[in-house]
Every structure is written in C-alpha cells, then in structure tokens.
Design a binder for this molecule. Structure first.
Ligand SMILES: [Zn+2]
Length: 283
C-alpha cells in the first residue's frame, strides 16, 4: 500500500501566527521542529497500518521546510521538496507510477474568510480574498481533494484545528480527522498537550490506512468552475491577461474548464500573476 502526505504548517499544534510560518522569522525554527514531529507521528501510524511507501510532499511556502534526515529513517519514504513543482500542495499525484492508494492532508487550515480558523487563507493569503468551487467558498482542503480525485486518489485523513475539520467533513464526508488545536480566532488558539496530539495523529493515521471506509474520492463537477475574488482590481486585471479567464466584476474572475487539473493550474497562475501587482506602498 502506498500513501501520500501533503504537509502544510499553519494547522500544526503550537502554530498560531503568520510570523512562525516564514523562514528568517524568530519563531520559524521551532515551528519546523513541531512540523517534523507531527509528520513523523503520521508516518509511524501509516507504517503501523501496513503502508509500505510514503511520499511526503512539503506543501508550505517554498516547500523547503522538511529535512529528509529528520524524518523517520525508513526505506520507502520519499520527500518531495522544493519550489516550483507542478500542482503545488498536491504535486506528483499525476504521476501514474507513484500513484498512492490514498492521500493525507496534514497541518491544514481553514479557507480564506473563515470567521475563526487559525491562519485562514486559500493558497495566496494576500491575493485571494475568496475562492469558490462550483459557487461555494472553498479552501485548500476542497481544492486539493478535487485535484487528488481528478487523478483517482481518495483522501483518507486530515489534521488541523476544529474549523478545517468541519470544512473537510463538509466537502469530503467521513474521512479520519485528527484535531490538534481549537481555534479561538485567526491569530489565537487553544493548544492541547503535544504528547496527546502526536498520539492522536499516529492512531488516526493507522486507522485511516486500515479502514477503507474513511477513504473519500472527491471529484469536482464537470465542467468545473473556480471563481476568485481578488484583493484588488489590479490583480483581476492581471488575471484577465490569461486567455479564457472571464472577468465577472471589478474584483471577481472566473475559471471554467472541462478538465479540473487545467482549472487548478490556471488558479495557481492567477495567484502568481496577482502577486506581481501587490502594492508595496499602501499599508
Ligand atoms: Zn496553506
């Protein structure tokens, strides 16, 4: 059995501020230590559940947060690291020879615009005000699950705060979830005992691997529609440079395509183009 872990940082126990997620900021070193501990807990659980091969996809920022020598030393464990990589947080699922039986989303966070989710955002925190899939506000959980589903890979497990778990259940149904903190507000959380949350991650991963009833294949409707409210109209102007992208209003653009993997890449391109219009002087 093969598994795939998409690892983000904002949903890890102990993390509540954006500065902790940025290399060169004082809290980053500690954040990365916590990230390795949670990733290793999930790897241990998956190995106990009979998984033989695990691809760990570093999915945060420039994707150079995880270090191979600090992951559990075990044959069959691969770290997909570095930036840029196709399909970003779910990179590699399109490669048939390494295709996993299921995916795990670890350290995930609520969508942009959630009232309470810790460090809520959707892909581009300062570019995407809101992203909607088939008309409904969506976060990285739903967008990435749909990409996995497009390539035939179900999602079996997710971890993060209570708000992203609610989001995952809403989009994906009964996947195995490990709550590792309780959201108070976007920058505040209640952290449980770390030993307890690592144990929960390990046990949830083991259960997810053993129990196919938790594996949920999620597929977007066809043709799919991804609408994005950009932070300002100049970012929507930039998005409109891409042929086929429709301008809906000053800030809103629409991506429509029969192939979800194309729509997903267009969304990433809109984010990259939008970032080129970020105003360095307005505060
Ligand atoms: Zn994220």
């Amino acid at each position: 059995m093969k598994a795939y872990i998409s690892v983000d940082l904002e949903g890890i126990n102990g993390i509540l501020h954006s500065s902790q997620t940025q290399p060169n900021e004082p809290g980053y070193g500690r954040a990365v230590r916590l990230l390795h501990e949670e990733t290793n807990a999930v790897i241990e659980g998956l190995l106990e559940g009979g998984v033989k091969e695990i691809v760990v996809n570093d999915s945060h920022w420039d994707a150079r947060n995880l270090h191979i020598e600090e992951l559990i030393n075990h044959p069959g464990i691969f770290l997909r690291s570095g930036w840029q990589k196709p399909f970003s947080m779910v990179s590699g699922l399109n490669e048939a020879e390494r295709r996993p039986d299921f995916a795990v989303f670890l350290g995930y966070h609520a969508r942009a615009g959630h009232a309470r989710g810790v460090l809520s955002h959707t892909y581009r925190a300062q570019i995407f005000f809101e992203v909607r899939l088939d008309g409904k506000p969506v976060g990285e959980t739903g967008l990435n699950a749909a990409l996995a589903g497009h390539f035939g890979v179900p999602v079996a497990m997710l971890s993060g705060d209570d708000t992203v778990i609610e989001e995952a259940r809403d989009w994906l149904g009964d996947i195995a979830c490990a709550q590792v903190k309780e959201a108070v507000s976007r920058y505040s959380a209640v952290f449980p005992c770390q030993k307890e949350s690592l144990g929960k991650l390990r046990e949830t991963a083991r259960t997810a691997a053993l129990n196919k009833k938790h594996w949920q294949l999620f597929q977007a409707k066809q043709p799919c529609s991804i609408e994005i409210t950009m932070f300002d109209p100049s970012m929507a102007d930039a998005a409109e440079l891409i042929p086929g992208i429709e301008r809906l209003s000053a800030r809103d653009i629409a991506i429509k395509h029969s192939d979800y993997s194309v729509a997903f890449r267009l969304m990433l391109a809109v984010g990259a183009l939008g970032a080129s219009r970020r105003d360095p002087y307005f505060s």
